[in-house]
Design a protein around this ligand. Structure first.
Ligand code: PHE
Length: 347
């Protein structure tokens, strides 16, 4: 048996020396040390030995096993090193190949216009504020004097979160008026840009998500003249000194009196027609509605603890996408959200 073990040792050593791949090594490991391997086969016969022989042979068997294991490890390291060496010399890196060009992005055209508008208002003393997109119906409607049952509260127009219709995605930035008046005493002069959500089908001038910019000024002796003056100044800064605007009377529950402001259509220049066809940008109107505005309703002031006898204010809410369309001469609102780089690269 001793001779058998020595033979296994010798053969194993030379076989391991000859193995040149990890796979060949693994095959040898199984053949020599595995459950059905040669060494195990010899050890199985130990039972036939006399009690004196058993420890002697056992010791030899153990030394053969550890010799094989040691050799296996050695060969494994040598083979891995050789494989790596071969890989390194095969894979030459050509450092002279030109790299991939890194293309710089830029601000989205809508954000460029937002930045411009913010800068103008900041220059006029407005403070930029931010508020929640998930809003309480109380702020979005009730405290803005929009009564229960008003059509804008309808489930077909508004995204509600709760069955009792108390939490929603804000449909306008006007709840920021309430939040501002709750938090500060007049004089108040804020601008609150942000996303708003309505269940609108997307077309050239509508999208279920869009951006508004809310403005609110509250102080003593604020008049409709201040409102017009502020808006006209801003629009001329954005669209040029000869920009054509018009104010139309309108109704909002939270302002009194109320108005809307339109901008002459940049596509058809107010004619409503392009090449004999109805202008697709303004639907033949010649004007594009940009914002709603008005004098803050006394009830709204009162509900925020501001004395309407002493203070008055104006508010406006403009559609940022509409502003960007006019400023950047974009004819279809959907282009703003598609994020097609062929479109975005033009700005
Ligand atoms: N929140 C109104 C809208 O979404 C616009 C508006 C804002 C009107 C402020 C008056 C004052 O249509």
């Amino acid at each position: 048996m001793q001779q058998q073990l020595e033979l296994i040792r010798q053969q194993a050593m030379s076989a391991l020396d000859e193995a040149t791949t990890p796979a060949a090594l693994e095959e040898l490991r199984v053949k020599l040390l595995g459950k059905k391997g040669e060494l195990t086969a010899v050890l199985k016969q130990m039972g036939q030995l006399s009690p004196e022989e058993r420890p002697v042979i056992g010791q030899i068997a153990n030394s053969v096993r550890s010799a094989i294991e040691e050799k296996l490890e050695q060969r494994k390291a040598a083979i891995n090193a050789a494989v790596l060496e071969e890989k390194l010399s095969a894979e030459k890196i050509d450092v002279t190949i030109p790299g991939k060009a890194v293309t710089m992005g830029h601000q989205h055209p809508m954000n460029q216009v937002l930045q411009e508008i913010k800068d103008i208002f900041i220059g006029m003393g407005y403070q930029i504020v931010d508020g929640p997109e998930v809003e309480l119906a109380d702020y979005n409607f009730t405290r803005l004097n929009i009564e229960e049952g008003h059509p804008s509260r309808d489930r077909s127009d508004t995204f509600y979160f709760t069955d009792d219709d108390s939490v929603l995605l804000r449909t306008q930035t006007s709840p920021m008026q309430i939040r501002a008046m709750e938090n500060t005493k007049p004089p108040i002069c804020i601008l609150a840009p942000g996303r708003v959500f309505r269940k609108d089908e997307a077309d050239a001038t509508h999208s279920p998500m869009f951006h508004q910019i809310e403005g609110l000024v509250v102080d003593e002796n604020i008049t409709m003249g201040d409102l017009k003056g502020a808006l006209v100044t801003v629009m001329r800064r954005i669209y040029g000194q000869d920009a054509q605007m018009r104010f139309r009377p309108h109704h909002f529950p939270f302002t009194e009196p109320s108005c809307e402001m339109d901008m002459q259509c940049h596509k058809c220049h107010g004619t409503g027609e392009v090449d004999g066809q109805v202008c697709s940008t303004c639907h033949g109107e010649g004007w594009i509605e940009l914002l709603g505005a008005g004098m803050v309703h006394p009830k709204v002031l009162e509900s925020c603890g501001i004395d309407p006898e002493k203070y008055s204010g104006f508010a406006f809410g403009m559609g940022l996408e509409r502003m960007a369309m006019g400023r950047m001469r974009i004819n279809d609102l959907r282009l703003i959200f598609d994020n097609d780089v062929r479109f975005l690269n033009q700005f």
